[in-house]
Design a protein around this ligand. Structure first.
Ligand SMILES: NC(=O)c1ccc[n+]([C@@H]2O[C@H](COP(=O)([O-])OP(=O)(O)OC[C@H]3O[C@@H](n4cnc5c(N)ncnc54)[C@H](OP(=O)(O)O)[C@@H]3O)[C@@H](O)[C@H]2O)c1
Length: 256
């Protein structure tokens, strides 16, 4: 897969992708907003794994920044063979009386950037006849929990459609649909996750190892753990009225 470009590479799943890909001898391009943290992570990865690590500071809610990342994906110098569209955050508000700016930022990072960067990567990859795109959605894609699940449903559906379009080109598209994972995600959004039982949590290293194995075998949908494969099967078969009822009682949601 050559060089891998990972968005949201400084924490949680993105950082774990960076470590596992570096260990597998892939050069890296790391994308996130915090430049200092990017440089620190790049230094650790280069020192530990000896791979070439570039950093690209970008806010994916900013169109000009997304364009800079897209330009890197089109570059023929150290061409990107794996794009991991991972950056994201919890919206954590009701829609009707919530802050519309926050909604737009969430949409831009988790939907618009995924579309623009997939487009920028897919052209050169198909021209070379090889490559892979991994988009991080969530099991929430199958639920009805606010705009976050709508964004993740878009990512899931978009990636499936992309995989169909890419069939036979040598390029694959995979969507990762994890359940709860121990990362900075909930803490950053100040979500109270106390009600979620320990058995519901996944480890970032297990999630990423499953996702990369699924990318390597060309799977379209990657759902780490038997537990969450069962949850996903249940969400796909339950009547939507039952799914909506679960969504209205999701952990971390503010009861009001
Ligand atoms: N954790 C879970 O339970 C879970 C479950 C299902 C799906 N997911 C999905 O997994 C993905 C990764 O989440 P995580 O749990 O690893 O979260 P995390 O630990 O909070 O890490 C988020 C990463 O995204 C970057 N980021 C956030 N906003 C950004 C922006 N505007 N522009 C560029 N980079 C940005 C952050 O760096 P900077 O702050 O420096 O930009 C950080 O590197 C997300 O798409 C999330 O929706 C998570």
């Amino acid at each position: 897969m050559g060089t891998a470009l990972i968005t949201g590479a400084t924490a949680g799943l993105g950082l774990e992708f960076a470590w596992q890909l570096a260990t597998a001898r892939h050069d890296l391009v790391l994308v996130a907003r915090d430049t200092e943290r990017l440089e620190r992570v790049a230094g650790h990865l280069h020192a530990a794994a000896g791979v070439h690590v570039e950093v690209l500071a970008a806010d994916l809610s900013d169109r000009a920044d997304v364009d800079r990342v897209a330009d890197r994906l089109r570059s023929t110098e150290r061409p990107v063979g794996l794009l991991v569209n991972n950056a994201g955050f919890a919206v954590r508000q009701r829609f009707v009386d919530g802050d519309l700016d926050r909604e737009e930022r969430a949409f831009d990072v988790m939907v618009r950037a995924v579309m623009v960067l997939s487009h920028a990567a897919a052209g050169p990859m198909t021209a070379r006849g090889r490559g892979a795109i991994l988009n991080v959605a969530s099991v929430a894609a199958l639920t009805a929990s606010g705009t976050y699940s709508a964004h993740k449903a878009w990512v899931r559906s978009f990636t499936e459609g992309l995989a169909v379009e890419l069939a036979g080109t040598g390029v694959t598209a995979t969507v990762l649909c994890p359940g709860f994972v121990h990362t900075e995600f909930h803490e950053r959004a100040e979500l109270d996750m106390g009600a979620v039982p320990e058995a519901a949590w996944l480890r970032a290293d297990d999630v990423v190892a499953t996702a990369l194995a699924d990318v390597r075998r060309g799977a379209v949908i990657s759902t780490p753990s038997v537990r969450y494969r069962l949850v996903s099967a249940l969400l796909r078969t339950l009547p939507r009225s039952a799914v909506r009822a679960v969504g209205s009682h999701r952990p971390g949601s503010r009861a009001r």
